[in-house]
Design a protein around this ligand. Structure first.
Ligand SMILES: NC(=O)c1ccc[n+]([C@@H]2O[C@H](COP(=O)([O-])OP(=O)(O)OC[C@H]3O[C@@H](n4cnc5c(N)ncnc54)[C@H](O)[C@@H]3O)[C@@H](O)[C@H]2O)c1
Length: 352
């Protein structure tokens, strides 16, 4: 890593600030050990800021995030005091849509056999990455309600699939597979019931044809959900739309040790990337020093890798793997420590 990299940190709500504090502790150790040049800026956006100011995120700030930073590290957003969740939508979906972060990369790798819920499945069986289309699908808020609150109420949500959007996420999945020596890419759709999904099938075949060493397979999403549990070892790379990717990646995260261990990245190659643990703000856990900070720490590793600090990324990931191998962790991974003590352990391990 040569030039100074600029990182915006948005701790957010609930357990977000707690897990981000531990990730930053680990980052500090990695910065010292690997002589990283990072400039961090902490941004206050979240429920507290919204309730105080009435502003979710100023439009100029969203532009600045896209223009002035190399990476964004986000905790989680969601607070019972904002039941409409409008701040989370503006900030989180705002970043994905306005910064056009069309790749949602969600790896699911079982770090230790003890943590997997499937009988007989070991870390070599659960090692996959899901690429979820992040800017289209059913999440675009095209639609509306009519006769709301009456027995005749109608609610419509349209699913948006553009040729350009479908093609770029599929190409990204194949490129990633090629760069990482993978030999199989599977796509999930529901083309038997949703005719529009034939677009995905056509584009998958067209794009995939340029990667002759990579085997391609299309599956209906219901069959893939079943097979992820029955025989997860068949999957290396999965590419799918926004809604199916959201659901399948939560399923995959449970195969790989749970939400406390699941990291993710939101990308548009060549632009700022946003990194966040898959989990939410878990309000009932907040303030109790019980949240697992490892998902945020593994998210940090993904960020370091993207910023060109591969050695630091591997040291951070290695620290998490070592902790899990030694039984060190919060209760959700069978450990006895609190959030802060896990962060201390990981930071010390990275510093070694
Ligand atoms: N990306 C995001 O910011 C994001 C993602 C999902 C949910 N949310 C928001 O978070 C709030 C709570 O949502 P939810 O309860 O459906 O999802 P959640 O991920 O916050 O919690 C789901 C379950 O996982 C457990 N869990 C989550 N993170 C954990 C961690 N680090 N360590 C140990 N256990 C953990 C929780 O205890 C809970 O049982 C809502 O406001 C929701 O909108 C935000």
């Amino acid at each position: 890593m040569s030039a100074t990299r600029r990182v915006a940190v948005i701790p957010g709500d609930g357990i977000g600030p707690e897990v981000i504090a531990e990730a930053l502790k680990v980052l500090e150790a990695a910065e010292k050990k690997f002589k990283l040049a990072l400039a961090l800026e902490r941004l206050p956006y979240g429920a507290d800021y919204y309730l105080k100011t009435g502003v979710t995120i100023p439009p100029a700030e969203m532009q600045r995030l896209g223009r002035d930073f190399d990476a964004i590290l986000l905790g989680a957003l969601g607070d019972p005091r904002v039941p409409g969740n409008e701040h989370a939508r503006d900030i989180l979906l705002g970043m994905r849509f306005q910064l056009d972060l069309y790749v949602n990369e969600r790896p699911a790798r079982l770090p230790h056999e003890r943590l997997g819920p499937l009988k007989g499945k070991t870390p070599k069986d659960i090692d996959l990455v899901i690429f979820r289309e992040n800017t289209e699908g059913l999440y675009v808020s095209v639609g509306g309600t009519f006769k709301q609150g009456t027995p005749d109420e109608i609610a419509i949500a349209e699913e948006l699939n553009t040729r350009k959007g479908v093609e770029r996420i599929i190409r990204h999945a194949f490129e990633w597979a090629k760069a990482h020596g993978k030999t199989r890419v599977a796509m999930a759709d529901k083309a038997n019931a949703i005719a529009a999904h034939m677009l995905w099938r056509r584009v998958f075949d067209e794009v995939g044809a340029a990667y002759p060493t990579i085997e391609r397979r299309v599956m209906y999403v219901d069959a893939m959900a079943m097979d992820l549990v029955r025989a997860p070892e068949q999957f290396q790379v999965i590419v799918t739309g926004n809604l199916f990717g959201d659901i399948l990646s939560d399923l995959a995260s449970m195969l790989a040790g749970g939400l406390g261990l699941a990291p993710s990245a939101n990308r548009h190659p060549g632009r700022v990337a946003m990194f966040e643990p898959v989990h939410g703000s878990a309000p009932p856990m907040a303030g109790k020093d019980v949240a697992n900070p490892m998902a945020a720490v593994l998210t940090l590793a993904m960020m370091l890798e993207t910023l060109g600090a591969g050695d630091a990324a591997r040291a951070v990931e290695g620290a998490v793997n070592a902790a899990l191998a030694e039984g060190v962790g919060t209760a959700d991974v069978g450990g006895t420590l609190g959030t802060r003590a896990v962060g201390d352990w990981l930071a010390q391990r990275v510093a070694k």
